[in-house]
Design a protein around this ligand. Structure first.
Ligand SMILES: CC(C)(COP(=O)(O)OP(=O)(O)OC[C@H]1O[C@@H](n2cnc3c(N)ncnc32)[C@H](O)[C@@H]1OP(=O)(O)O)[C@@H](O)C(=O)NCCC(=O)NCCSC(=O)C[C@H](O)C(=O)O
Ligand SMILES: [Mg+2]
Length: 349
């Protein structure tokens, strides 16, 4: 644990000073692409205008034989593709892999000024973040990087979940945390083969009528990752960073994907991963406040005047806490409207 008095000191002489507050930047969808896949790379100029974040993935889903090509491809993308105001993130290989050191060394020294956030997979505890933190400071000096790179951890080990609060607070570079349900499921020995989403066998059942346990009864699905998402959201909020849902692997099931994203949004996540172009619009729709919610929030805030006391609107009690909840929606709407002219018009801003 670092001394609070030195927490914001650069970890290498000449490295940029760490940020004191992680700025909110729209990141409703972190769109994954494989930089060694020419077809995907060709789509980036068009995708850049549709997504908040393009994420050059170097880890899982990139074949071992393509690891070097993916890293070199990402350098090329950063240098040659005009992404406008869209953020460029990367996911490096896991810290115990043969590629992670080369990933960090190459990316930071060659395109450190073009990258916004580095996603670190399979984080086991704060020590992994401390390692990356110091190394990044050294590489920033070497590469002449002007702004400190931010770090995003994936919550996909049982050890990581058990220490999520320490991970979130491990460095001023921490930008956020995503759920990695597939690796987490494997690490925990959960008996599921699905990358994200619910599971039809994880349910609760109504009581039997007249003790007839075999008669048909309603069942209700539960979310096997609900506990982890809740814990991740609290850890992030406590640390002043941002929580994200992760992958929804059933690309064809756009309906369940939307449900899963919305559950994460309602629980406090600010965005999610999109693995395929078809998931981009779903994420935009879900992680932007609904127009009717914005209108309602504005009505409540207006009716509450200085924000204290209590009033009734359409039969519902509103008080100071209601105003705070409504401001969450209004602030998000205003922040997203800055980036998304269509939303600006819809919200009447
Ligand atoms: C899942 C895919 C392998 C599917 O690809 P494909 O079979 O090519 O799908 P389509 O034929 O439907 O594709 C249509 C066209 O769209 C292009 N495409 C597909 N995906 C992308 C993309 N992500 N970005 C840009 N363009 C994309 C195709 O090339 C087709 O183009 P064209 O032929 O010209 O029309 C593929 O979508 C994919 O690989 N997606 C990314 C997968 C990924 O990154 N996985 C890792 C993240 S999830 C994870 O790691 C688990 C997590 O860590 C955990 O533990 O939970
Ligand atoms: Mg994973």
């Amino acid at each position: 644990m670092r001394n609070p008095k030195t927490f914001f000191r650069p970890l290498a002489v000449g490295a940029p000073a760490p940020v004191r507050e992680v700025p909110f930047r729209p990141s409703r969808m972190l769109h994954f692409f494989d930089p060694s896949n020419a077809k995907m790379v060709a789509k980036l100029p068009d995708l850049a205008s549709k997504v908040d974040v393009l994420l050059g993935n170097l880890e899982d889903a990139v074949q071992a034989v393509n690891k070097d090509a993916a890293r070199a491809g990402l350098v090329d993308v950063a240098r040659t593709v005009d992404l406008g105001g869209t953020q460029l993130w990367t996911r490096i290989n896991s810290l115990d892999s043969p590629w992670a050191l080369d990933d960090l060394t190459t990316l930071v020294t060659e395109i450190g000024n073009e990258l916004d956030v580095i996603m670190v997979p399979k984080v086991e505890g704060p020590e992994d973040i401390h390692y990356v933190d110091r190394l990044l400071a050294q590489l920033e000096v070497k590469g002449g990087v002007r702004k400190p790179l931010l770090v995003h951890a994936i919550l996909e080990t049982a050890s990581g979940v058990a220490q999520v609060e320490e991970i979130a607070l491990a460095s001023p570079r921490m930008q956020g945390i995503s759920l990695g349900p597939a690796d987490l499921g494997a690490d925990r020995r959960m008996k599921t083969t699905r990358a994200g989403g619910g599971h039809p066998w994880y349910l609760v059942r109504e009581d039997p009528v007249d003790s007839d346990v075999h008669a048909p009864r309603a069942t209700y699905l539960q979310d096997v990752y609900h506990y982890t998402i809740g814990r991740m959201v609290d850890a992030c909020v406590q640390a002043g960073i941002y929580p994200y849902y992760g992958p929804f692997g059933d690309i064809g099931d756009v309906v369940a994907c939307e449900d899963q994203f919305r559950n994460a949004y309602l629980m406090g996540c600010v965005g999610t991963w999109s693995l395929h172009p078809v998931q981009i619009d779903i994420a935009r729709r879900v992680f932007s406040p609904d127009v009717s919610e914005v209108a309602w929030a504005r009505r409540v805030v207006d009716a509450m005047g200085d924000g204290t006391g209590a009033v009734m609107i359409d039969g519902k009690m509103q008080d100071d806490a209601s105003v705070k909840m409504c401001r969450v929606t209004l602030d998000l709407a205003a922040e997203l409207a800055e980036r998304d002219p269509e939303l600006k018009e819809l919200y009447g801003l």
